[in-house]
Ligand binder design. Sequence first.
Ligand code: ADE
Length: 355
Amino acid sequence: MAIISDDNDFGKQNLKTKNPIIKTESIEYDKTFENSIRPKSFDDYIGQSALKETLKISIEAAKMREKPLDHLLFYGPPGLGKTTLAGVIAEQMGTDIKITSAPALERPRDIIGILMSLKGGEILFIDEIHRLNKVAEEILYPAMEDFFLDMTTGKSQTVKTLRVPLPKFTLIGATTKAGELSGPLRDRFGIIYRLQFYSIEELAAVIKRTASILDIKITEEGAVAIAKRSRGTPRIANRLVKRVSDFALIKFDGVITDEVANYSLDILNIDEFGLDTTDRALLNLIIEKYDGGPVGIETIAAALSEDVRTLEDVCEPYLLQAGLLQRTPRGRKVSPEGYRHLGKKINNLQQSLFD
Ligand code: ADE
């Protein structure tokens, strides 16, 4: 299976920019690292077991019918393995995958070009698909539904519509915000699935697998200690195992034990819930400046000099899932657990709002 990527990085770094293609050494390095440890088969892919079982059946059925797989939409917070899963599906279908992201499909010719370059049975992966513009979406509808491109030629009175056939392909869309997808686009996906946060056991298994690929020595307790601070997210777990392995090598005897992991993660300011400085700053700000909330996300972003999208896509999903933050129609509120986690006392007025 060949992975043909247009070289976008889909991480946090790009969220603030209009142009999604920024190449810096660290982004390139990160991508190479992620690619080197990506599982290639369902057996290697840890977690998301219900989804894996459904997918295996759909893949077998598609192969038996000698038809491409239905279009798939994966949604959920970043770092849970949407791109990885698309790669595994391509491998399992024995086909190639072309990877792009919606912000890279700005002009009609971007999406037309990529659709016309597909071969029969190939997979097209579009990340951040909720950011697709209207024109690109409308080009995609007949392509997804009937494998046609509707092209117009000529001007006003002489305008002609041409139906150009496309090879049968499978679109895999990924998004952190399923709610922002238009109804007609969502309706064209045969399979829609939300990826779940990983359990500690699953993350420990991911960490041990990565450690063995990278030749990092780690104990079971060391893997669990890192897993506990990985916010349910394999991408974070894999980054942390590398950071901790540096400490193990320089400050200890090279082996990641629970003691080494906890020592290193404390120094890296990752607390026992996996919250980093930004997460804690967000909770602290709401408590200290807005009496625990509710307060709007734009106000929080401005006060923290952070991007709204980064807060919404990267910080909030885990804070909400961990029950430290609450979303209300009037803005974000820190929960009693959030107060407790930061060692802050909740005042009577705030407490009465929760009772
Ligand atoms: N690395 C990142 N995600 C993974 C997963 N789900 N299984 C195994 N290794 C991974």
